[in-house]
Design a protein around this ligand. Structure first.
Ligand code: BGC
Length: 251
């Protein structure tokens, strides 16, 4: 039997957030705790803060704990570091955080967690075929879901666009830095999503990340064949998806 509560932690560039999640509804069962990400964000310092977040709650020892990390994660080990400290490459994140928290934790890519949350409880619930969830923030994350099942570590933010890494052209951080109008940014997004839809023939694009809250300003201007909707879980998608995956991993 799967647990009815699991704990999720979302490790981001500016904050480390955690909360218990009710796995039957995908809702947080207590208010989340957020502690700023240490600078520099070296592995030992981050692991310490994750332990602080987990210890802020009175959790039973056997509750599944899932953690998101913004890099490729294979068998608990970080295999890239696009927007995080290079020291993470090759780090067994699962081992490090299990030791720091005194609990066996499960670690996955941040966008994969958000995608799984959307498929289980949000905008991609019950959608058949290939669903591509992209998170637009400092970088671009992606989750590839086929008939509700995650194909992990797709890294579609690293596709090439206009001779650059796509995330270096269309991330929200780039929009802000280059002071792009919504129209100009949407043009770049159109090119990107048209390329992705040609490669994968998705039935749905779900777009998350902070800028998805302002979807009315730009989403109608993105030209592609595939239906595109904003993420439903917004800020908590990572926490919810990590908790959900940790419980599934355990069962
Ligand atoms: C990383 C991904 C991550 C995404 C969003 C990218 O730079 O390569 O692993 O999911 O940023 O944080």
């Amino acid at each position: 039997m799967t647990a009815s509560i699991a704990f999720g932690v979302d490790i981001g560039g500016s904050g480390i957030k955690g909360a218990p999640v009710d796995l039957s509804t995908g809702e947080l069962s207590a208010e989340r705790v957020r502690i700023p990400t240490p600078k520099p964000s070296k592995p030992a310092a981050v692991a310490k803060v994750v332990a602080e977040v987990v210890d802020s709650f009175d959790l039973p020892k056997d509750v599944p704990v899932g953690i998101t990390f913004p890099a490729i994660i294979v068998d608990g080990v970080a295999r890239s570091a696009a927007n995080v400290d290079d020291d993470w490459i090759g780090t067994d994140v699962e081992k490090l955080i299990s030791k720091a928290t005194g609990r066996q934790v499960f670690v996955c890519n941040d966008a994969d967690a958000a995608g799984v949350a959307e498929a289980a409880f949000g905008a991609a619930k019950g959608v058949r075929g290939n669903v591509i969830v992209t998170t637009i923030g400092t970088g671009i994350g992606s989750a590839f879901i086929n008939d509700g099942v995650l194909v992990p570590n797709t890294e579609l933010g690293h596709l090439e666009l206009d001779g650059h890494k796509a995330e270096h052209r269309i991330a929200d951080s780039v929009r802000e830095r280059e002071d792009l109008s919504w129209e100009r940014w949407a043009k770049r997004l159109s090119k990107y999503y048209q390329h992705v839809e040609f490669l994968f023939s998705p039935s749905l694009f779900v777009v998350g990340g902070g800028v998805s809250k302002k979807h009315a300003k730009w989403m109608p201007q993105v030209e592609c064949e595939t239906k595109m909707v904003p993420a439903a879980l917004q800020n908590n998608a990572g926490i919810v998806g990590a908790a959900h995956l940790a419980a599934k991993h355990r069962s």
